[in-house]
Design a protein around this ligand. Structure first.
Ligand code: ZN
Ligand code: ZN
Length: 139
């Protein structure tokens, strides 16, 4: 039987349930992820197709709405999709939207690709979770 899925930080009434301790744990998880992966940033959007490895940003084609071998376009892959796969960053096992994201690794000079939850993308961008979560957070 499948349970109804709620975003990790909300309970069944849609109330915010992430408390300060959980937030601290979350921050530590994300910090560890950045450290272990050696990346400087995490930004939304993909570069290669996760199925066939086609590079959408190879020179000369970035402006064209091209398809890779499996019929995906960059626009399709940049849009969130529902998945049960744990978030690569915070390891959330709750089903939810997953976004393709990339991070730059300065020691290898390479871009690494991930699938992450909306929380992690937001956190990577703004250094905190969304305002509602932050304001409603209880001790
Ligand atoms: Zn493909
Ligand atoms: Zn996450």
């Amino acid at each position: 039987m499948m349970n109804i899925i709620y975003v990790s930080k909300f309970n069944q009434k849609g109330e915010n349930t992430m408390n300060k301790k959980e937030y601290q744990e979350y921050e530590e998880k994300v910090g560890r992820f950045f450290e272990e992966e050696g990346i400087q940033n995490l930004s939304g959007g993909c570069i290669t197709c996760p199925d066939c490895g086609f590079n959408f940003l190879q020179e000369g084609i970035s402006d064209l709405p091209i398809e890779c071998g499996c019929g995906n376009t960059k626009e399709m892959l940049d849009a969130p999709s529902f998945s049960w796969k744990p978030c690569d960053c915070c390891n959330s096992h709750l089903g939810g939207d997953r976004y393709h994201a990339t991070g730059y690794n300065p020691s290898t000079d390479e871009i690494q690709e991930y699938e992450v939850c909306p929380d992690c993308l937001y956190y990577a961008e703004y250094g905190q979770l969304d305002d509602t979560t932050m304001m409603d957070m209880e001790d």
